[in-house]
Design a protein around this ligand. Structure first.
Ligand code: AMP
Ligand code: MG
Length: 525
């Protein structure tokens, strides 16, 4: 028994596995994974753990302080009973088929039973090269590891479907990165995150097999997926495969509707980053909206095209679901049925998005045309002068019922002052339209106290603003991980006002407007 984990490895026993177990970079045919050993690191040091994920996996809180924990979750020691692997998958990157990609720096250690009875896959990110590393080093830098660790836990506490993070371990080894691909490589501290999900299978896991016309391996992977992750759909067959497409479409729609609710921009919605369980997966150059701007993308690689900009995410998710459906075509062979199945995305997204928008606005629903108009108007209004999304909705949530009708204009607007990045511009472009909007909204929204309860549950006060993550990173790079802990602590209760933590609610400071890591994120990680 490793560290007290209840190991229950099933994946490698149920899918075809590469017969080779060395790290030579190669094309791997006829297999879903390759056995691989993580590469030990010089001086592993645990920087942070998630207490909820520790408990989920049955690990004592004190376990994180043991040398064994640091060794296992940095990939330096593989305990008895673990049989690590790297998964083989492909993907569409920025709209183009990219062929084999695979876990180039992720190594799954094991599957373990959680306190909830669920089987969880534990995966190290940054634990050294695999057959899928292509020309890269298999490592991850501290800055991107802090970002993945904090954001996956923050998303969980926000109620957004996501992979989880157990631990963040510094490796004590430098990693060379050219952050902006401009000929300035630098040594940065390395780290390994242990992330946790029922599975890390992606759309691309299926797409690669379909692209290679390897129908037998595809069938085995689908059988495994149905048995372990969608048991309610029954054994593999045309109908259950179609149902799988519908389920994946519906879950992906729910995930993206939540992203839109909280202001999250994934940044790299390639099909190799789309979870088969509809979980937010692969936290890279993601970002959070400060000013509400549907055209914003944090990813510098995507800045020109804006393919993965905030407002484009539902359309891209649908495009990705279609790629997944195409990958299952060899097992279904019925194009009209597949076309109908992917449409589940559209109806599910529409339903969830409308429900969540109604919740954010404290409306019973968006069914009445006046309600839909209110929602459309406010989202059209906010970008007219940079308006902080989180602060705007917090201010709206806290506006007492009936206040809009009786309060003079200036006093009513004062409640929103923190949300404007440029007060003069807001005055010129937004105020005159917001005032009648507020009064119409107050009259139509639910009465107190339901209104506030509903809005408080949908509008977070605390999100992992890009500059907050960056501050925690800079402190950690200087040797002090305490701001990671404090940030995680705040983000564990994102819907609750936390006196003394006002700094975590503040809108983006001006110094962060154009700073690397705060407004522009590169894929280099
Ligand atoms: P991403 O954009 O992070 O989803 O990565 C796309 C592909 O590149 C995946 O196959 C990754 O495993 C691979 N990759 C990214 N960074 C590295 C790295 N440092 N070493 C090896 N493979 C990597
Ligand atoms: Mg990826």
């Amino acid at each position: 028994m490793a560290l007290g984990l209840r190991l229950d490895n099933v994946f490698l026993g149920e899918v075809p596995v590469d017969p080779r177990a060395d790290n030579t970079r190669r094309q791997v045919l006829g297999a879903c994974a390759s056995r691989v050993k993580p590469t030990p690191v010089r001086a592993p040091r645990v920087l942070a753990t998630s207490r909820e994920v520790m408990a989920l996996l049955g690990l004592e809180e004190g376990a994180a302080a043991t040398p064994e924990f640091a060794a296992v979750f940095s990939g330096s020691h593989v305990p008895e009973g673990m049989d690590p692997w790297a998964a083989c998958y492909g993907g569409h990157q920025f709209g183009r088929w990219a062929g084999q990609l695979g876990d180039g720096r992720a190594i799954s250690l094991c599957e373990a039973l959680g306190a909830d009875g669920q089987r969880w896959e534990l995966q190290l990110k940054g634990a050294g090269p695999t057959p899928y590393s292509r020309t890269a080093d298999g490592r991850a830098v501290l800055r991107s590891s802090v970002r993945e660790f904090l954001c996956s836990e923050a998303m969980h506490h926000l109620g957004v479907p996501t992979t989880r993070a157990l631990s963040l371990v510094a490796t004590g080894e430098p990693v060379i990165r050219d952050m902006f691909y401009d000929g300035h490589p630098e040594a940065e501290p390395g780290a390994v995150v242990c992330r946790v999900a029922p599975t890390f299978l992606r759309f691309g896991s299926f797409e690669l097999l379909a692209a290679r016309q390897d129908v037998e391996t595809l069938r085995r992977l689908v059988e495994h997926t149905l048995r372990r992750h969608y048991p309610a759909l029954g054994p593999a067959g045309k109908e259950s495969c179609l149902e799988l497409v519908r389920e994946v479409a519906a879950r992906t729609a729910l995930m993206v509707a939540h992203w839109m609710r909280v202001g999250f921009v994934h940044g790299v919605m390639n099909t190799d980053n789309m979870s088969i369980l509809g979980l937010t997966l692969d936290y890279g150059p993601y970002g959070w909206l400060d000013g509400y701007d549907p055209t914003w993308t944090p990813n510098t690689t995507d800045a020109a095209e804006g393919r993965y900009r905030f407002g484009h995410q539902p359309g891209i998710a649908f495009w990705n679901v279609v790629r997944f459906a195409e990958a299952l075509h060899p097992l279904i062979q019925d194009i009209p049925a597949l076309e109908a199945a992917v449409e589940v995305f559209t109806s599910a997204f529409d339903r969830h998005h409308r429900d969540l928008t109604a919740q954010k606005l404290g409306l019973a629903s968006l069914d009445a045309p006046e309600a839909q108009t209110l929602a459309d108007e406010v989202l059209d209004l906010l970008p007219r002068a940079e308006t902080d999304m989180t602060l705007f909705f917090t201010a709206l949530t806290e506006l007492p019922h009936g206040e809009a009708a009786t309060t003079p204009d200036e006093a009513l607007l004062a409640g929103f002052a923190a949300a404007w990045y440029d007060a003069d511009r807001a005055r010129a472009r937004i105020h005159h339209r917001l005032l009648p909007w507020l009064r119409a909204w107050d009259a139509l929204a639910l009465p107190a106290p339901e209104r506030q309860a509903r809005m408080r549950a949908a509008n977070p006060r605390y999100v992992l603003r890009n500059y907050l993550a960056q501050q925690a990173i800079e402190r950690a790079e200087a040797g002090d991980p305490s701001l990671i802990h404090e940030t995680l602590e705040v983000l564990r209760r994102p819907y609750t006002a936390q006196p003394g933590r006002e700094a975590f609610e503040a809108r983006r400071p001006e110094w962060a407007r154009h700073k690397a890591g705060c407004s522009a994120l590169s894929c280099s990680s």
